[in-house]
Design a protein around this ligand. Structure first.
Ligand SMILES: Cc1cc2nc3c(=O)[nH]c(=O)nc-3n(C[C@H](O)[C@H](O)[C@H](O)COP(=O)(O)OP(=O)(O)OC[C@H]3O[C@@H](n4cnc5c(N)ncnc54)[C@H](O)[C@@H]3O)c2cc1C
Length: 361
């Protein structure tokens, strides 16, 4: 079976790994000229770990990730707001919560699939369903025809827009940007086995270890439209690690990612011989930090669906029936906001147990 995957991110590469393991002939088309991931990290939860283990990646994943034993939250005076122990999650949930460097994860996935096989410089512009095959058209003038095409082209998916639609984006009126960077962990005074966050109703910043002596920090400030406004907000937080953390960060390494509220979900993922996976299928706010986890779960579910039947239509139906309702539930939960922010929900680690793992119970 010939499968073309548009998008060589976390979703495209993990889906490729799963389908290659079934003996399928898989090609990955990525618009970027090379493998890259903006200077950033990820918090991946036990459900992401279980999916990666299921895809046969336990050893490399454990090697590149840092287990988080605790989630700690303080106010700007240094007073403890919450402490959530996560050290028993591997026993309880089958994998740890971890911090990981995005580029290390992408490299791990690319190497497991075969970095040299990825077709870089292929931006898909449109896809056609031809009943028993599907064709991709690329901006470089080339085309590809396969038995199946997977749209793993991210949150602003061209394939979703062309075939299905149903999703609209609005600038987030609470926090318009998420700011983030990677620094040396020995420059910051934080617990090296914890996510440490400082929170107020107007802004927050958290740090996690991501391995190789590095830490990833990420945060948002209400109304901050640029790095200067973001940094200024923390100048009085002298009882916390934040001024030092920001002070030690090279200014040009700070990435400002615009945040969008997402209205609507695709009413279907599969259109004939084309299906969606990852952010293309379930665009969501990062407030539950579940986007990559849900994406990896999609990849495992797609592999499992094809392991059960070689009937393509049946496998796609099984994949979508299992994953679309489960992912849409997480999309809705991700719209609830963040700790001390909009709706003042519980800290993320508490929500993970109560809302994400509980969904599976
Ligand atoms: C600020 C921020 C913080 C986040 N933090 C977390 C976190 O801590 N934990 C977590 O689980 N998730 C987090 N996420 C979400 C996570 O990054 C995504 O859910 C995940 O990357 C989705 O993987 P994907 O492969 O579907 O999409 P992507 O990773 O976006 O990959 C899509 C790929 O498709 C390529 N592409 C796009 N268009 C085309 C085209 N036309 N043709 C060919 N290729 C194309 C892109 O170049 C890219 O390589 C965060 C997101 C944001 C914005």
């Amino acid at each position: 079976m010939r499968v073309g995957i548009c998008g060589g991110g976390i979703g495209g590469l993990s889906a490729a790994i799963g389908l290659v393991s079934l003996g399928f002939d898989v090609e990955v088309f990525e618009q970027a000229p090379l493998l890259r991931a903006t200077g950033a990290g990820l918090n991946l939860w036990p459900n992401a770990g279980r999916a990666l283990y299921g895809l046969g990646l336990r050893q490399p994943y454990d090697a590149i990730s840092v287990k988080l034993d605790r989630y700690l939250g303080y106010d700007p005076h240094g007073e403890l707001l919450f402490k959530k122990d996560a050290s028993d999650w591997p026993t309880k949930y089958g994998a740890p919560s971890v911090g990981v460097y995005r580029l290390a994860l992408s490299t791990m996935l690319a190497e497991a699939y075969g970095l040299e096989k990825i077709k870089f410089g292929y931006a898909v512009t449109s896809v056609e369903d031809r009943g028993d095959s599907a064709v991709c058209h690329f901006a470089n003038g080339e085309t590809y025809e396969g038995d199946l095409v997977i749209g793993a082209d991210g949150i602003h998916s061209v394939i979703r827009e062309q075939l299905i639609g149903g999703v609209k984006f609005r600038p987030n009126d609470h926090h318009a940007f998420r700011f983030r960077s990677v620094i040396d962990i020995d420059k910051v005074d934080v617990d090296p086995a914890a996510q440490t966050g400082i929170y107020t109703t107007g802004g927050w910043l958290a740090v996690i270890p991501i391995g190789n002596g590095k830490a990833y920090w990420f945060g948002s400030v209400r109304g901050a439209a640029n790095v200067d406004e973001f940094i200024a907000y923390f100048s009085s937080w002298t009882h916390t690690h934040v001024p030092t953390t920001i002070g030690t960060t090279p200014r040009d390494s700070i990435v400002a990612s615009p945040l969008f509220d997402v209205d609507g979900t695709p009413y279907k993922w599969t259109h004939g011989r084309v299906t969606l996976l990852g952010d293309a299928a379930h665009p969501m706010m990062p407030d539950l930090a579940q986007g990559a986890s849900q994406t990896l779960i999609d990849a495992l579910a797609l592999r499992d669906a094809f392991a059960k039947t070689k009937d393509i239509d049946q496998a796609l139906l099984d994949y979508e029936s299992l994953r679309r309702p489960a992912a849409n539930y997480i999309v809705k939960r991700s719209q609830q906001g963040s700790f001390l922010g909009r709706n003042n929900v519980d800290p993320i680690a508490i929500r993970y147990e109560k809302e994400v793992e509980a969904q599976l119970a």
